[in-house]
Design a protein around this ligand. Structure first.
Ligand SMILES: Cc1cc2nc3c(=O)[nH]c(=O)nc-3n(C[C@H](O)[C@H](O)[C@H](O)COP(=O)(O)OP(=O)(O)OC[C@H]3O[C@@H](n4cnc5c(N)ncnc54)[C@H](O)[C@@H]3O)c2cc1C
Length: 464
């Protein structure tokens, strides 16, 4: 059987004394759990999973993979939509045991190891009334998220994760540990801020923190789909002048079977306006109020809540282990025609847990120039993201075709470009769109730090 052979020829017994952490192989009890990432579509069997406990383990694993010419995958939080943090055969460098977080409240800086998840970082920083930009699902890894850009409820006010990424320790392809920041290896540092996992294994992220909460105004307002056109056109005008503290996602999905939603709407496509205001609660109350007066919602549930709870609002709907396909693109404005298209496709959502949403950009995100970091999409108004989500493998083909159809329908309103962290494995031809005018510089930096393209399981920038 393939699983029995996965570790063949890897010389893992000879390698084992070089690392402190365990090496899991097919047959070791923890292997089955450890090989899976968030997305069940990628059911792969690495030859060996090296569970790194520290920088020395990372250096040794990188050396071993390079010396032996082994295919190498790197995993932080394991949420990659493209499945690059797992591998068939070869070596998986698993950073998930590296969970250290050090918060310096007076300097407002956190040093974060690469196995840390967004919710874990929030937990540590909120103890001091601080936070940094994190994803909207608390189980997303800080590592992959930060290296690609990093949007979230704090981004319009305080910038993307990359804008708050002020230094890194990196193990490069030659197995050396280097520091990257504005003064040391500044080119590498630039590339790490949006260029993904192409340039080395980051073993420590220094992140800038900001005062947030501990309570914020946040919640959800739920509408049946027949009100979606009116709600979205109000949303469009609200966002034109919205305060930077307010981030609002119109979220289309099949409404969940909960008591608070009328039974006849259970399982029907609907619209949930998810909103978080990261300023003082009273300001949030008044600045979100206009959104609460739109239409006739079946469930208005916006209230003061801990920032930590706001950061977990999506968690229950995004469990590990379903099959997912991601399609994303930027749109400049939500035109009437775009609204009609979205509502029409949302009425036929395929996959029981599928969701489609607009994510607003603007504010601090757009105050940074496209070439200042490797993340180039600084002039965009919205990202439109479709996550098809299902469990039955026999539905793969039909759902993929439907998702591609929805994606192409929205392409009529797209402004070009795609956020690298939302790309799927079958979209390699969009890599240039992800990096845009920063691509040539990224390729030159890649040639310097990883000329042999050891780190190639990512939206890959070839060395040039
Ligand atoms: C449920 C869900 C919600 C999300 N919400 C948001 C959101 O709100 N905002 C947003 O911006 N994005 C969001 N994303 C996308 C997210 O940013 C990416 O999936 C990201 O890659 C996840 O990081 P990870 O560490 O969990 O992933 P992994 O799968 O571990 O890694 C992703 C990529 O990064 C590389 N990598 C990981 N760690 C390192 C490291 N230490 N050094 C070098 N390379 C490394 C991997 O090799 C892989 O190519 C979401 C994704 C999911 C699944």
């Amino acid at each position: 059987m393939a699983e029995d052979n996965a570790a063949e020829g890897l010389a893992l017994d000879e390698f084992a004394p070089r690392v402190r952490g365990p090496i899991l192989t097919p047959g070791t009890p923890e292997y089955e759990t450890a090989r899976h990432g968030w997305n069940a579509r990628f059911d792969r069997r690495p030859g060996g999973i090296v569970q790194c406990l520290g920088v020395a383990d990372v250096m040794a694993t990188v050396d071993f993979a390079r010396e032996e010419g082994l295919p190498l995958a790197v995993r932080g939080g394991g949420h990659d939509f493209a499945g690059y943090s797992t591998i068939e055969g070869g070596l998986l460098l698993d950073l998930s045991p590296m969970k250290g977080i050090q918060v310096d409240p007076s300097a407002r800086v956190a040093s974060v190891q690469p196995g840390v998840l967004g919710g874990e970082l929030d937990h540590e920083t909120q103890a001091f009334g601080l936070a940094t930009t994190s994803g909207t699902v608390s189980t997303v890894g800080v590592a992959g998220y930060t290296l690609g850009g990093g949007t979230g409820y704090l981004a319009r006010k305080h910038g993307l994760a990359v804008d708050n990424f002020i230094g890194a320790d990196v193990v490069t392809a030659d197995g050396a540990l280097v520091r990257a920041n504005e003064n040391e290896n500044p080119d590498l540092f630039w590339a790490l801020r949006g260029g993904g996992g192409n340039f080395g294994v980051v073993t420590s992220f220094q992140r800038q923190l900001h005062p947030v909460g501990p309570e914020v105004m946040a919640g959800q307002v739920v509408y049946p789909l027949d009100q979606a056109r009116d709600v979205l056109s109000f949303y469009r005008s609200y966002m034109e002048t919205a305060p930077e503290e307010a981030t609002v996602y119109p979220f289309f999905l099949r409404l969940p079977p909960i008591d608070a939603i009328p039974e006849e709407l259970h399982g029907e496509p609907g619209l949930i306006m998810v909103m978080v205001h990261v300023g003082p609660v009273e300001t949030g109350q008044s600045e979100l109020q206009p959104l609460l007066e739109v239409g006739d919602p079946v469930l208005p549930a916006v209230q003061p809540m801990p920032y930590l709870a706001a950061q977990q609002m999506f968690d229950a709907g995004m469990p590990k282990g379903n099959r997912r396909l991601s399609r994303a693109q930027y749109v400049d404005q939500i035109s009437d025609a775009a609204i009609d298209t979205v509502v029409e496709w949302a009425g036929r959502l395929e996959g029981p847990f599928t969701a489609a949403y607009f994510e607003p950009m603007g504010g601090a995100i757009n105050r940074v120039a496209p070439g200042d970091t490797a993340f180039p999409h600084r002039d965009k108004a919205y990202s439109f993201h479709l996550v098809a989500d299902w469990t039955d493998p026999s539905a793969d083909e039909a759902i993929t075709e439907w998702a591609q159809g929805f994606h192409e329908a929205i392409a009529d309103y797209a402004s070009g470009g795609v956020y690298v962290n939302l790309m799927s494995e079958d979209e390699g031809d969009r890599t240039a769109q992800a990096f845009q005018e920063n691509y040539p510089r990224l390729a030159r930096i890649k040639a310097r730090y990883d000329p042999g393209n050891l780190f190639n399981r990512n939206q890959n920038v070839g060395p040039r």
